[in-house]
Every structure is written in structure tokens, then in C-alpha cells.
Design a binder for this molecule. Structure first.
Ligand SMILES: C[S@@+](CC[C@H](N)C(=O)[O-])C[C@H]1O[C@@H](n2cnc3c(N)ncnc32)[C@H](O)[C@@H]1O
Length: 259
């Protein structure tokens, strides 16, 4: 049952590309859209999946996923795509109750996936060298309702830092190979080190550094690809889209070993 404080994704019902809005329900709250005003009071008491009428159309009330949140974020940096975030989480087996770290925070895209996966009992320690990026990500995360599961901290991750022992650490910035020695001590035995880089030179330098570090054991290096389809049975169209993102980067995975 939707109540005050529930987060809703309202999606326009239309033949064209639908618009959608994410908001937290408040007593007497309202959301202005091109379809007219959405009164929160008319939604409170309904269920996810229900359809309601507004002045100029109809909207579905859905529960937002991490992927949906990213579309509403203010971006101050390049972000990790949702598919890459999801695969990174699955490689490290991120789940409820785990403590994980990440750097840099960027705009908070990966942070959202991590917090979604570890909630309600786990915690994300998110570090960025740039305070402005950190504050923007903190602002973005407000709409997810996951802020109590995240600690944001200004930190150059290449230097040693204090954090409780972590189940996994994720790096997404241009020189992860400079942070291998500061990240390895933060991981529990069997903990996962994951980094994401777009250039093959960065892969080579990072793998070289992992191999030099006696506490880390390289597991896998791979690329994540996705092919979107145009599907319209009425027009007998079913084929890959002509335009799509063909490359985002390479994931490097190592685990912590105890000597
Ligand atoms: C590509 S963005 C990360 C995007 C983020 N994963 C997301 O999904 O929104 C890279 C971030 O790394 C931060 N950064 C760069 N060097 C860093 C360092 N040495 N320590 C911590 N953060 C760093 C930058 O300030 C920037 O915000």
C-alpha cells in the first residue's frame, strides 16, 4: 500500500516514448506535468501497478528501480551505465548486509546500485577526491531513500584511509592502478576488488599492479556488451536498433587472499 514517504515512478501511458517522474509521496503534495497536476493525496492508499487518470491522460504508478533513478540524476561526471553497475554487483555477489566501498563516487550511479543491493542491513562507504562531485551525488541519492545506508567522504583513494573491513571495493576513475596498494588492506579474505576502465592501456597497468600485489589474485577481465532491439509486431519490425551504445568499458576482477 502506498503511503506518505513511499517513492513512486509515475509513467505516462502513451503510444509514443512515455515520460516519467519520480517523487516521494507527501500529504497535500503535488507534481506538475504536461498531463496536468498529479495530486499525491489521490495516490496515497493505492498500490504499485495501478493506473490513475490525470487532466490530460493516464499514468501508471510503479516502484522505481536503481536504473530508473539514474535517469533523474544531475550528472557532474561520466557515470557507470546501469548494465555495468548490475554486472559489477553480481560479480562481487553484493547483497543485503554487506559492507562495500567505492571510489570515485562521481554522480552516484554505482553508489545507488550498491546501496540498493546491500540495504537494509549493509553499508556503502563512498569516496571521492572532489567535494563538489560528492555533494552532488549526495543530493542525487536523496530521491532513492537509501541515504542512511551510505557514508560519503572526501578522500584521495590512492592514499591510505580508515574504513571498517569491507566485502568488496569498486573503483571507477582513470588511474585505478595507483590505488591497488591502498585498497587491498581494506578487504576481508575472499573480498572482491573490482575496477572499471575504458582504455586497454589502463587494463594493462592495472593487471600489472594486481599481479605485483601479493594480497590480490586476478580472476577475470571482460567487456560487457548489450544490443537493444526495435520491436513493433504491428509493423513486423524486430531487429537490432541502428544506433546504440556499442562500448562502455572493461571490468577487472580480483580477490583478496590471506597469506
Ligand atoms: C567517472 S567518475 C565515477 C562515476 C561513478 N562511478 C558513477 O557511477 O556515478 C570518476 C570520479 O572519480 C573521482 N576521482 C578521481 N581521482 C580520484 C582519486 N584519486 N580518489 C578518489 N576519487 C577520485 C573524480 O572526482 C570523479 O568524481
Amino acid at each position: 500500500m502506498l503511503k506518505e514517504g513511499s517513492i513512486v515512478r509515475a509513467v505516462e501511458i502513451t503510444e509514443r516514448k512515455p515520460k516519467s517522474w519520480i517523487f516521494r509521496l507527501e500529504n497535500e503534495g503535488e507534481k506538475s506535468t504536461h498531463l496536468g497536476r498529479i495530486d499525491h493525496d489521490k495516490i496515497i492508499g493505492l498500490k504499485y501497478g495501478q493506473v490513475i487518470s490525470v487532466t490530460k491522460g493516464q499514468i501508471m504508478l510503479l516502484k522505481p528501480s536503481p536504473r530508473d533513478f539514474l535517469r533523474s540524476f544531475t550528472l557532474k561526471t561520466q557515470i557507470l551505465y546501469a548494465d555495468d553497475c548490475a554486472v559489477a554487483c553480481s560479480v562481487a555477489g553484493v547483497g543485503n548486509g554487506m559492507n562495500v566501498g567505492e571510489a570515485g563516487t562521481g554522480s552516484g550511479a554505482l553508489t545507488t546500485f550498491l546501496a540498493w543491493a546491500i540495504a537494509p542491513d549493509g553499508h556503502v562507504y563512498s569516496f571521492d577526491i572532489n567535494e563538489k562531485h560528492l555533494r552532488n551525488a549526495e543530493q542525487n541519492i536523496q530521491m532513492t531513500g537509501l541515504q542512511n545506508n551510505i557514508t560519503f567522504q572526501v578522500q584521495d583513494i590512492r592514499e591510505s584511509f580508515n574504513v571498517p573491513l569491507l566485502d568488496a571495493f569498486f573503483l571507477d576513475f582513470s588511474t585505478p592502478f595507483e590505488a591497488i596498494d591502498s585498497i587491498a588492506p581494506t578487504l576481508i579474505g575472499g573480498g572482491h576488488f573490482i575496477c572499471f576502465v575504458p582504455n586497454w592501456g589502463q587494463v594493462e597497468q592495472t593487471v600489472e599492479k594486481i599481479n605485483q600485489n601479493l594480497a590480490l589474485e586476478l580472476q577475470q577481465v571482460f567487456e560487457i556488451t548489450r544490443r537493444d532491439f526495435n520491436v513493433n509486431p504491428k509493423k513486423h519490425i524486430m531487429r537490432p536498433k541502428f544506433r546504440s551504445i556499442v562500448y562502455s568499458g572493461i571490468l577487472i576482477h580480483a580477490i583478496k587472499i590471506l597469506s
